[in-house]
Write a protein that binds this ligand. Structure first.
Ligand code: PLP
Length: 361
């Protein structure tokens, strides 16, 4: 069982969809792609008149790169990036590669991005045309308040981009009401599909104006969007067919579970059980409870001699894969709460950790 932030543990029925080969020119396949695109709009709480779902081959980062590289024009445009972890940093790195002018507003990895500091930075930089932020910073599992920040930035006429990679499908997001222009996620996180493509929920009025912006042929989000729209769900270039069918099944299972709010509840229960259980054994979380997302939880090493390798191998032998830490200045490890994971799985995990800790900590 994977207790990681994606790829994550998927259901057997999702995996079973991958036992059949499919052609990409087939009308049925295109209709299935259209069903997925329209289902994603429901998950995002947007209307089909104003928004479109654009799928993009590759991992989540490919979709982030496609979005930044297509949304931001080559001239007279500046991107502001709110950064409180590795995925915000990655957007800055992408901007460097693509030669996009960017202003980074940085925060500590254990603190949320604040509206106040962002508005101050925007006041100091009237040249900003685009703004990007990570929703759940998977580095720590911290949840940034896009509800407080995005509407205010949007009001200023700035195009808004949200990396909701690890939260979309697991945390309710009112994309249209908040005024998000581009929301980015991928197949292998909270929708609980397997890895293979990214997805962008794009405001039509915004993406319609991005023809010719892209710095890359294969990562041209505008052309990808046009191809889906003008050819009834036809992917541009070869698509990961098995992954697409698995994803369609994953979306059906999300609906059957009761949608995003029900899934959010299950993840929150997993997180709470994990956090409380770990605290009882003696492991301290890296961030405080008020800013903790239900997605993934970071724990500090219990002491400076803690052997993460040994801990990891022990859990792996007993059926669980966890994640190393990503926080720069604290020795930590991470345990994911998302995927086909239930409260009883957390109970089993905690029993194992307790046994290990009695012997080793
Ligand atoms: C997983 C993730 C990504 C994308 O990572 P890939 O390894 O390219 O799939 C981007 N941003 C966040 C916040 C993530 O959690």
């Amino acid at each position: 069982m994977l207790l990681t932030p994606g790829p994550l543990t998927t259901s057997k029925t999702v995996k079973e969809q991958m036992l059949v080969d499919h052609g990409t020119w087939d009308d049925e396949y295109k209709a299935d792609t259209q069903e997925i695109r329209s289902e994603l709009l429901k998950v995002a709480n947007v209307s089909a008149d104003n928004y479109a779902a654009v799928l993009m081959q590759g991992s989540g980062t490919f979709a982030v790169e496609a979005t930044l590289g297509t949304a931001v024009p080559k001239h007279d445009a500046t991107l502001m990036i709110a950064i409180n972890g590795a995925y915000g940093q990655r957007m800055a790195q992408i901007a460097d590669y693509l030669d996009i002018d960017h202003i980074d507003v940085t925060f500590g990895e254990d603190e949320v991005t604040t509206l106040e500091k962002i508005l101050d930075a925007l006041a100091a930089h009237p040249e900003v045309t685009h703004f990007a932020i990570v929703h759940c910073e998977t580095t720590t599992g911290i949840l940034n308040s896009i509800e407080a920040i995005i509407p205010r930035v949007h009001e200023l006429g700035i195009t808004t981009i949200v990396d909701a990679m690890s939260s979309f499908g697991g945390v309710p997001i009112n994309v249209e009401a908040l005024g998000i222009d581009y929301l980015i996620s991928s197949s292998n996180k909270c929708i609980q599909g397997v890895p293979g493509f990214g997805l962008v929920i794009a405001k039509r009025r915004t993406i319609d104006r991005t023809a010719g912006n892209a710095r890359s042929l294969s990562l041209d989000l505008y052309e990808q969007y046009k191809c889906f729209e003008e050819h009834d769900g036809k992917w541009r270039f070869t698509s990961p067919t098995h992954v697409v069918y698995a994803f369609q099944q994953a979306l059906r299972e999300l609906a059957a579970e009761g949608g995003v709010s029900a899934r959010n509840k299950r993840y929150r229960q997993n997180e709470k059980k994990l956090r409380q259980g770990m605290l009882a054994i003696g492991y301290q979380p890296v961030i405080s409870e008020e800013v903790q997302s239900p997605i993934i939880t970071s724990f500090k090493y219990p002491n400076k001699d803690f052997d993460f390798r040994g801990f990891y191998e022990y859990l792996k032998e007993n059926g669980f894969i966890i994640y190393p830490g990503k926080v720069s200045n604290i020795d930590s490890f991470r345990i994911g709460n998302i995927g086909q994971v239930f409260s009883e799985d957390m109970t089993r995990l905690l029993t194992l950790i307790k046994k290990y800790s009695v012997v080793k900590v």
